[in-house]
Design a protein around this ligand. Structure first.
Ligand SMILES: [Zn+2]
Length: 463
């Protein structure tokens, strides 16, 4: 999610704009076998190791997509799995729609289970399994899927002839020791929480449309005038794509990542140049700092009026102005949210503060004294507060970006730069393709130093 309408590349504007950061609206395992693992597996996040097989066909301009989706999954918990929930996040803005304007995401002809009513404003669909799934067993559900891209400029929306299909594919909700995670959709920020899985997606579309997508994509001929875009994505939390008459360019970074850029013809050329340059540099730099980018390919999708940016595995949407875009922040999300997962509703700082700290370091911002205790007027507020808190206090959500990156910069000064670098690499390694929590991060940080970090956490409202 973006910190800014457009991310400045001018050194003079950086600190000022950082302080003025606005939230704009693109707007968000293994299981052991021994007795010692029993308690852990009873709490294990499930269903895990999902695999999504999707075939969709687009209409002439990529507004409507129809087809079939299958989701297979494993029960990682000791408790028999009797049901699963699909999250239909694409219905987040429109909820259940109106009689004349139904929800943009509809699921029908469910096989492999029995669908009951939609809940959570039509963003959750429960499917009861025919028999309880024991630990370690796999099964699958499948359904017809119909998507209508809404008429708003949004992560699931459009800009002119360009369609953005972020959060359009239904994904499995997570169940753990606290039960099912069925949090509400939020427009500002993200509610999304998924376990890493594999996607195999075939998109059948008019050949006039370019279709950037999560994963490694290849195209082949379809019926006359149509193209099949195939994508394979492994160990990702979500799958997004776009469609439109994009201009394109491909480069391979010195680190070996294929960066494919897509932009609408009205995107400022200088902004495209800066975004391509910084995006390529960022993916290599963060590979060095946090662990190699594992997906091989990264798509940068640029249009001039998209609000800020939005991260998906292997694909970022970027509002791009003359001065550039939020590409570095969004590329950092490939690690903080994507590779190192977190419950973005419960602990948004674990993705946003970390991405913005990476962004600040990339651009060399001066972060001394940027932690400002006066900004925290609510004594109950924590940097680590959930989206439920920020939704109630939308005027302070920017603190997750601004104060959050300052807190991590202060931690770097407390630990020393070399130790902070080792901490982030170890933390990423320990939770690679997994899920992290605030407690996990604090524990790893404390393990790196003889200093007692208790007062640091208190001062920086990391609870
Ligand atoms: Zn973000």
């Amino acid at each position: 999610m973006p910190p800014l309408p457009a991310w400045p590349s001018s050194p003079l504007r950086r600190p000022l704009v950082a302080l003025l950061a606005l939230l704009v609206g693109a707007v968000a395992c293994a299981v052991g076998a021994g007795p010692a693992d029993a308690a852990k597996s009873a709490r294990a996040a499930t269903p895990d190791h999902p695999r999504y097989d999707v075939t969709l066909r687009a209409d002439a301009d990529g507004t409507h997509w129809k087809g079939r989706q299958q989701v297979s999954f494993r029960n990682a918990s000791d408790q028999p799995l009797r049901e699963v929930y699909l999250r239909l996040w694409g219905n987040g803005e429109d909820a259940c729609g109106t009689p004349g304007s139904p929800s943009p995401v509809t699921v029908s002809r469910v096989r492999g289970g029995t669908a009951s009513g939609l809940s959570v404003d039509c963003t959750a669909l429960r499917i009861t399994l025919p028999t309880a799934l024991e630990r370690g067993r796999r099964t699958a559900v499948s359904f017809d899927l119909s998507l209508t891209v809404p008429e708003r400029n949004n992560r699931f929306g459009r800009e002119g002839a360009f369609r953005f299909l972020g959060n359009a594919l239904p994904v499995l909700a997570v169940h753990d020791a606290t039960g099912w995670h069925l949090d509400p959709y939020v427009s500002t920020g993200e509610s999304f929480y998924t376990l890493a899985g594999d996607f195999r997606v075939t998109l059948d579309h008019p050949s006039a449309l370019q279709v950037p997508a999560t994963g490694r994509t290849r195209t082949g001929p379809g019926t006359p005038g149509r193209t099949l875009t195939h994508s394979d994505a492994h160990r990702v939390r979500d799958f997004a794509w776009a469609a439109g008459p994009f201009r394109t360019a491909t480069q391979t970074t010195p680190g070996g990542v294929r960066v494919r850029s897509y932009w609408s013809p009205d995107t400022p050329a200088e902004g495209v140049r800066l975004t391509r340059r910084d995006g390529a540099a960022a993916v290599d730099r963060f590979s060095t700092e946090y662990g190699s980018y594992p997906y091989g390919e990264l798509d940068l999708v640029m249009t001039p009026r998209f609000g800020g940016g939005m991260e998906y595995p292997g694909l970022v949407l970027l509002g791009t102005e003359e001065e550039g875009s939020a590409v570095v922040h969004e590329v950092a999300h490939q690690w903080w949210y994507g590779i190192v997962g977190n419950d973005q509703y419960r602990a948004p700082w674990l993705d946003e503060s970390f991405a913005q700290y990476a962004n600040a370091r990339f651009y060399g911002w001066d972060t001394r004294d940027c932690w400002a205790p006066d900004e925290w007027t609510d004594q109950d507020a924590a940097l680590t507060s959930p989206m439920a808190y920020w939704t109630e206090h939308p005027g302070t959500y920017h603190l997750v970006y601004t104060a959050g990156s300052c807190a991590l910069a202060d931690l770097e000064r407390t630990l020393g730069t070399a130790t902070m670098a080792r901490l982030l690499k170890r933390y990423a390694h320990d939770h690679w393709y997994g899920v992290s929590t605030t407690a996990d991060f604090k524990k790893t940080a404390q393990s790196m130093t003889d200093k007692d970090l208790t007062s640091f956490w208190q001062t920086h409202r990391i609870r």
